[in-house]
Design a protein around this ligand. Sequence first.
Ligand code: FE2
Length: 280
Amino acid sequence: MSDIPLPLPLEDSWSDVLGKAVRGTGIDEKNLAPSANIIPSQLKTIMGGERPSEDTLRRLAIAVGLNPGPFLDLAYGRYKPKAFEASRWPGVAQIPTRYLDMVVNSYLVWDTKTREAALFDTGTDMAPIRHAVEKNNLKLTTLCITHTHADHVAVLDDVMAMYKPKLYAPKGEPVPNATLIEEGAEIRIGPLRTTTLLTDGHSPGHITYVVSGQEGWPAPVGLVGDAIFAGSMGGGAVSYPRLRKNVQGKILVLPAATLLCPGHGPTTTVEEELQHNPFA
Ligand SMILES: [Fe+2]
């Protein structure tokens, strides 16, 4: 059906993570080199993606405020994300689609009894959405948008035309005909309860949706968009400190077994990210 190889690899390399931290903290290379005790010419090659010794990388991580243990595990290939266990999470499906040279995820979450379903973001292609809806015999009644970056809403109009779902979008990133939401909204997917968190920083109004109430789930399911990724987080284009604070103070305080469903890369859990995320 899809030519995208699964499971998805980690979204960010150590070099991507370092770049996000350097840009986010706003430290310029002139100040970073001495504070990490690195000569400026070596810093240039590291920022260009050449991996230095573990000691050097540790000093650099500390200088830009990354958790050094998880960062070094990522850099030296010691962190392997756990595979998604579909049998533990009935009624959850990841739908990866291509956007330019990237892969973006949308997710279907449904009540396994009534088959009522919500789509979280649209990705870029209707075909796998229709396939998943039909294969699982679902009624798609709800569309929730985490943020309005083009890759996440590329087929929004087509989804609306085909299924006529109730549409929810962030108040900080309004979409025509949507119910606009902030933190603490309540959305129902049949008997499943969904609450919302404002996780801005990657984008101005970014919303995380937290779904609970499915029989058999060990914990809630967090649809986190581009707030947090397995082993990384979204870019802090609007505010790196706000994004990191939201990741730490709102997402990583959810129950440890909470499934996190990011807009890019593989699914993960709160517990895994507390151990392995350099931004945690
Ligand atoms: Fe985004």
